[in-house]
Design a protein around this ligand. Structure first.
Ligand SMILES: [Ca+2]
Length: 178
């Protein structure tokens, strides 16, 4: 192999690696949370159609009345700097039971949910509109935390996607993939 083709090959490899990083997806089960604070709780053998177990704030256990406690924290390793869409597979009880407050590390908290699909497992994303910036995460370890905002909410899977065109449909295979 001459030097030109060697350099061309190296260049192509780097380009392909960058392309993969740009489309990276990180999916994990809600019940894999490293830290749970009541009334957020893991449930097995509950509502059918979940991927294994799921997390819930039972109806009547959280807001209203005002209750600050209740969260689930996840530690995740991001393989490359990226702007991510946060997707969650959720089951909402109703219009007063359809959201979480979410934080990534010490970034400002944001509202997740408030869509109008109730009593079925479905995927919801953040941000909803292009006028809101996606979640910017640097390569490395991060903490994603779901805080109690309303009761009657359930969380099955969490997926971070650097591919804006990607839309999860059903249960996703957990793990990180390009
Ligand atoms: Ca699950």
């Amino acid at each position: 192999m001459n030097v030109f083709y060697f350099l061309l090959t190296i260049g192509l490899s780097v380009t392909l690696c960058n392309a993969r990083a740009a489309g990276v997806k990180i999916c994990f089960e809600a019940e894999s949370a490293g830290h749970l604070e009541a009334p957020m709780a893991a449930v097995s053998n509950g509502i059918a159609g979940a991927s294994g177990a799921y997390l819930e704030i039972p109806e009547g256990a959280g807001n209203p009345p005002k209750l600050e406690a209740g969260k689930a924290a996840f530690t995740l390793d991001v393989p490359a700097d990226g702007a991510f869409t946060l997707w969650c597979r959720v089951w909402w009880e109703g219009e007063c039971s359809n959201s979480f407050t979410v934080t990534a590390d010490d970034q400002p908290a944001f509202l997740f949910g408030e869509d109008a699909t109730y009593k079925s497992w479905h995927w919801v994303k953040y941000p909803v509109s292009r006028t809101v910036a996606p979640l910017k995460l640097k390569k490395g370890r991060h903490t994603l935390t779901f805080h109690n905002r309303e009761d009657g909410v359930r969380l099955d899977q969490i997926l971070l996607s650097a591919d804006k065109r990607f839309v999860p449909v059903d249960i996703e295979p957990p793990g990180t993939r390009p």
